[in-house]
Design a protein around this ligand. Structure first.
Ligand code: S3P
Length: 429
């Protein structure tokens, strides 16, 4: 097991984050069905996204990956994989593939690592069955999941909670069904699938609903047309450094070519409410996704209350936010985030334990956490194999008094293989 030892240091410099994980998954998974060759530059080569590449290849779709450029030679009909599709740690791979394989003339078993096997799959299995899919999960809820592809019918789905993975699985299944497949969410989750399908010529409609919900629909049958895209930098990977720099007096950070899709950037709103100095420059659309530069200057932050419809827009950034909150003055309360309990780890438990391990007063709530900020003493953290917790506490080391040891830090490679290198580059002693 790798141990990352991080000494206190000030954050300074320019970060160019790796390609966006969500968009990279979608480029390969949707590209696999498209007519023509989909090209994605700055494709994220990390454990999770390489699982998507591997699964698609096993389904008979040729994929080339060279120097950060992905080329997917889409096929309208996939072939029998002849082996279990191993998605590793990747919830996005398994859930989106459940939707895509449901309409293919193949039978596939999808499985993953111990963490993935604990995560709920009934949230995609049940609505896909309503579309006529033949799909079974272990105990009705967990991976492995067996899919026997066949004919699908359209449906209107009202999701009990906002989830981009579930929404995406259903919209992708809707590509095979005749008529409109519609997904209603109680709050907006990331909309990369809708944007990509739209760019690939699929009839997609989205509209906000009264009371904060959103509705997204696709009209099938529709086959996406290949596109060329430039994957923006991953806001979620940048977030560890952005939150750390915002909270550290004297820090200065520039983040270049980072994705700034509003369904992802809730963290910036929260940091500003905490008193942070964060500016956006050069905002423009690149391949249908807002992209720009972030400028962060560190200062003393104050605690904040976070909850409601904002949660889906910063769900993956809560470990990073928790570290900023640990250094902020006063109390930070996160609520309405019970979903964190079924991420790569139970992130409410893992983050609160890690905060305590570095000397921060924190406690769990059923749907969030309370953090009483002030200072980060330092100590040893076990992220329990959760990449985002490992990286958040790597940055906590820079902000700490005595330094932080992250045990099992190799899990960062799930989404950000060069995290440790960037940590060294941006730490000015
Ligand atoms: C993702 C959606 C989110 C997020 C996950 C990636 C995606 O999960 O937490 O890391 O790429 O669609 P939800 O399905 O809960 O929104």
């Amino acid at each position: 097991m790798a141990v990352l030892q991080v000494q206190p240091a000030r954050l300074r410099g320019r970060l160019r984050p790796p390609g966006d994980k969500s968009i990279s998954h979608r480029a390969v998974l949707v590209g696999a069905l498209a007519s023509g060759v989909t090209v994605a530059r700055n494709f994220l080569e990390a454990e999770d996204t390489l699982r998507s590449v591997d699964c698609v290849r096993a389904l008979g779709v040729p994929v080339e990956l060279e120097g950060g450029t992905l080329r997917v030679h889409g096929r309208s009909r996939w072939s029998e994989p002849g082996r279990v599709l191993d998605v590793g740690n990747s919830g996005t791979t398994i859930r989106l593939l459940c939707g895509l394989v449901s309409g293919q003339p193949v039978e596939a078993v999808l499985d993953g690592d111990a963490s993935l096997r604990r995560r709920p799959m009934d949230r995609v299995v049940e609505p896909l069955r309503r579309m006529g899919a033949d799909i079974q999960a272990r105990d009705g809820r967990f991976a492995p999941v067996r899919v026997r592809g066949g004919t699908l019918r359209p449906a209107r789905h009202e999701l009990p909670l906002a989830s981009a993975q579930v929404k995406s699985a259903l919209l992708l299944a809707g590509l095979y069904a005749e008529g409109w497949t519609v997904v209603v969410e109680p709050a907006a989750s990331r909309d990369h699938t809708e944007r990509l399908l739209g760019a690939m010529g699929v009839p997609v409609e989205t509209r906000p609903l009264e009371g904060g919900g959103v509705e997204a629909g696709v009209e099938g049958p529709a086959r996406p047309e290949a596109v060329e895209l430039q994957v923006p930098g991953d806001f979620s990977s940048a977030a560890f450094f952005v939150a750390g720099a915002a909270a550290q007096a004297g820090a200065e950070l520039v983040v270049e070519h980072v994705g700034l899709n509003a369904t992802r950037t809730g963290l910036l709103e929260v940091l500003r409410e905490m008193g942070a100095e964060v500016r956006v420059e050069d905002l423009r659309e690149v391949a249908g996704e807002p992209t720009g530069t972030l400028l962060v200057r560190g200062r003393q932050l104050r605690g904040v209350q976070v909850g409601g419809a904002l949660i889906p827009r910063l769900i993956d950034e809560i470990p990073a936010l928790a570290v900023a909150a640990a250094l902020a003055e006063g109390e930070t309360v996160v609520r309405d985030a019970a979903e964190l309990r079924v991420k790569e780890s139970d992130r409410i438990r893992t983050v609160v334990r890690a905060l305590r391990a570095v000397g921060v007063d924190a406690e769990e709530l059923p749907d969030g956490m309370v953090i009483r900020g002030g200072k980060i003493r330092g100590g040893e953290v076990d992220p329990e194999g959760d990449h985002r917790v490992a990286m958040a506490f790597g940055v906590a080391g820079l902000l700490s008094r005595d330094g932080v040891r992250v045990v099992g830090s190799e899990c960062a490679a799930v989404s950000f293989p060069r995290f440790e290198r960037w940590l060294r580059v941006l730490a000015a002693r």
